[in-house]
Design a protein around this ligand. Structure first.
Ligand code: BTN
Length: 227
């Protein structure tokens, strides 16, 4: 493994915070690019579409700050592929991607990804600056009861599926390495891998368009990662 890929990340490990994405958002100007925030516990984790993300000590809660990057969609695709590849390479676990960014194992959601982007306009010499905060929440060591109690019947952790404890730090670091490697590849190659991992293709899917639910056939993913 090329360590230069990995050492670009500056890791901040914290015991308990509200949300790793929010932590970065609130410090966006002072944190350098490629900062990574890993929290042992999140007390107010955020999911997509304004949902809450419940993440106790058993979860890997990690956010990465990318600066001067235009596409959050690319990083969503890269992160989803990085998570699947890491689980397979570390433990032989076969995970799939439910478009756009749910990671599925044994038909249960084990991981969610929240990529948030912003463009800051300023009148100084630096001009416009763009940011993407990529938050990864992977259920690692929670017991099955955690999902029952939290009303998350579609959710699972690696532990609840495979009855063993995993090293959250090992997984987090491996995911960062894969992200760095995938960022260095042609995006068309990453999309190929994404498609191969995508469990949504070839199925009927429900989509929300203009507040209406429609059913459609998921035929293909385009070169930008759109269905
Ligand atoms: C989803 O709704 O599926 C996305 C969940 C994303 C959760 C992660 S955990 C790390 C980061 N911090 C947050 O508050 N959310 C993301």
């Amino acid at each position: 493994m090329d360590r230069s890929n990995f050492t670009k990340f500056k890791i901040i490990s914290l015991p308990a915070i509200a949300s790793t994405n929010t932590y970065i958002k609130e410090r966006i100007d002072e944190l350098p690019e490629n900062s990574v925030v890993i929290a042992d516990i999140q007390t107010d984790g955020r999911g997509r579409l304004g949902n809450k993300w419940i993440a106790d000590k058993g979860a890997l809660s990690m956010s990465v700050l990318f600066k001067n990057i235009s596409s959050a969609q690319n990083l969503t695709v890269i992160s989803a592929v990085a998570v699947c590849q890491s689980l397979y390479r570390l433990y032989g676990i076969k995970a799939g991607i439910k478009w756009t960014n749910d990671i599925i194992c044994e038909n249960k959601k084990i991981c969610g990804i929240l990529c948030e982007s912003a463009i800051k306009c300023s009148s100084d010499s630096e001009g416009h600056r763009s940011y993407v905060i990529c938050g990864i929440g992977l259920n690692v060591n929670q017991e099955k009861e955690f999902f029952d109690k939290s009303g998350l019947s579609d959710g699972a952790s690696l532990n609840s599926l495979y009855s063993r404890e995993y090293d959250k730090t090992e997984i987090g670091l491996y995911i960062l390495r894969r992200i760095a490697i995938l960022q260095g590849m042609a995006f068309s190659e990453v999309i190929k891998t994404y498609k191969a991992l995508c469990v949504t293709l070839g199925r009927q899917v429900k989509l929300i368009r203009n507040s209406c639910e429609i059913t459609a056939y998921a035929k293909d993913i385009d070169e930008n990662g759109c269905l």
